[in-house]
Each structure stands twice: as structure tokens, then as C-alpha cells.
Ligand binder design. Structure first.
Ligand code: SF4
Length: 281
């Protein structure tokens, strides 16, 4: 049986960079804190905790402490507060997320209403809207499009959470264009996500079985799974070899594998080694 691993499987550049910065900061400075988990992956979170970095939910006193900003970025309000309470800041915001911040701020200065296509509760989206003076409009899906509100907007700028599905985004943008006379659209889906989406639209069609590796709380893994499932009914979302069932491999000639941006290489290797073991004749 052939195993076809997607080139883009696993850590994206931004997550890898943030983890490297986190581990280096932990070895250089003693007390390192982070607002929330570094990524949505249990193994990576464990590794970060082992390195001595503590997860916090809100900003207490920051005296003699370092606050590490994750790849998702942070709102201006939280950043100001962190400075005020005394944290030394180490910023691991992904450069591609920072670019979205820059576009949002620049377009707001040009008096455009900022519309973000993304998940309302996702930290990256909260970080983006948290750069702005005015309240941005967040659209999660075509179903949730506030038609009445949109009709009143004359001039807007649309930006996108870096890991959104381009097909869904283009459908939303098409509706917005029909309703907003002056609309500027920036496709801010990042390059690693575009590569992942390009592969996930191809690989499930040329393999008998598809495995998508990643934590159940990883939004980008979920999106990969959903696209894959639409193209290949035999698509499974797993987190580790324990989630695999031997019967999935009966009569299978090829298995395609990809993994979310927060899935470490070690998890991918474990799954591949396990498949090789159980399918060995
Ligand atoms: S998914 Fe894209 S924007 Fe987000 S951290 Fe990775 S590279 Fe950066």
C-alpha cells in the first residue's frame, strides 16, 4: 500500500517560528508567560510547559516576567495592559498576521469599514479587530451574513483570517460586492494555508483513503478534514495512531495523509510508522 504524505503537512512557518522563539525565550529568561496555549495541540502544549513556560488566562502583575505573544497576535488593548503591568514583551506574532494588522489599520485610516471573514472567537481574529479604533464586522459564514447591516455600508475593506477556506471566502465576497458600492478585498489567507488547501483539494481525489492528523480543537485541521470529506468519503480526522481502525485499510491501495498547521512532525511520523506496521504483509 502506498502512503502519500502532503508536502504541506504539519507545522506552518509561523507556528514553527513561534515555538522556536518560545523555547529560546524559556532558556534565556526565567519567568515566561503566555496568554492561552501556543497552538491547539496537546503534545506541543506539553513540550512548552516542560520548557517552563506558563499559560495564563489574564494579565496579572508582570514584574520581572516575560510575556510571549503567540503566532496569532494580540489586541492593542492587551498589549498596552501588558506593558502597563510591567511585562517584558517578546513578540512571536506571525509576520503574515502582522501584515493583516497593517492592512486593517491602513484601510481604517482611509475611512473604510473593516470586514473580517473569520471565526469570531478565534484569537487571530480577536487580535485583528483589536488593532482598530472602530468596531469591525466579523462574518463567519454566508449563513451568518447580516444583510440589513451590509446594505448600509458604502465603503469597506474585506480582510480574511489567515486559515480560512478560499472557496467559502469568495462566496461571501461575491455577496458583499453586490451590496457595498466601494469594496476593497484583500485575500489575506497565508501562503502555507493556500498550499495546504491546494493539496487537500487534490490528494483526496487520487487516494483510496485520507487521514487528516491534528487535535480536535484545531480549527485549521477541522477545515482540512471538511474539504477532504467532501471529496473522499473515506476521510478520517485522527490525532494519534490509537484513533486508527485496522478495518479502514482493507482493500486500500493508497492512503493520502495531511496534518494541520499545529501538528508536530513527531505525530505524523508515529501515524505513518503505525500504518506501515499494521499493513505489512
Ligand atoms: S497559519 Fe499562516 S498566518 Fe497563521 S501562523 Fe501559520 S503561517 Fe502564520
Amino acid at each position: 500500500m502506498k502512503i502519500n504524505l502532503a508536502k504541506s503537512a504539519g507545522f506552518c512557518f509561523g507556528v514553527k517560528r513561534a515555538i522556536d522563539i518560545a523555547l529560546k525565550t524559556a532558556s534565556d529568561s526565567g519567568r515566561v508567560y503566555m496568554l492561552g496555549d501556543i497552538v491547539h495541540n496537546e503534545d506541543v502544549v506539553k513540550e512548552i510547559r516542560k520548557a517552563g513556560i506558563k499559560r495564563i488566562n489574564r494579565l496579572g502583575s508582570g514584574k520581572n516576567k516575560v510575556l510571549l505573544i503567540r503566532a496569532h497576535g494580540i489586541s492593542q488593548a492587551n498589549l498596552k495592559k501588558a506593558h502597563k503591568v510591567g511585562y517584558k514583551i517578546i513578540d512571536a506574532t506571525c509576520p503574515m498576521v502582522r501584515q493583516i494588522h497593517r492592512i486593517a489599520k491602513k484601510m481604517e485610516k482611509k475611512c473604510r469599514k473593516i470586514i473580517v471573514i473569520g471565526d469570531k472567537k478565534h484569537d487571530e481574529v480577536l487580535g485583528i479587530v483589536g488593532q482598530l479604533r472602530e468596531k469591525a464586522l466579523i462574518i463567519e459564514s454566508l449563513r451568518c451574513l447580516p444583510a440589513g447591516l451590509i446594505k448600509k455600508i458604502k465603503k469597506a475593506c474585506v480582510i480574511v483570517q489567515s486559515t480560512q477556506d478560499i472557496e467559502k471566502v469568495l462566496k461571501i465576497v461575491a455577496v458583499l460586492k453586490k451590496n457595498i458600492p466601494d469594496l476593497q478585498f484583500f485575500n489575506t489567507i497565508c501562503m502555507p494555508t493556500r498550499m495546504k488547501q491546494e493539496e487537500i483539494r487534490r490528494i483526496p481525489q487520487v487516494n483510496d483513503l485520507m487521514l487528516i492528523i491534528g487535535s480536535k480543537n484545531s480549527a485549521n485541521t477541522k477545515r482540512l478534514y471538511q474539504i477532504s470529506k467532501r471529496l473522499n468519503k473515506r476521510s478520517y480526522w485522527i490525532n494519534s495512531p490509537e484513533d486508527l481502525a485496522r478495518r479502514w485499510f482493507k482493500g486500500i491501495k493508497s492512503v493520502g495523509i495531511t496534518a494541520g498547521a499545529s501538528t508536530p512532525e513527531s505525530s505524523i511520523k508515529k501515524v505513518i510508522n503505525y500504518i506501515k506496521r499494521i499493513t505489512k504483509k
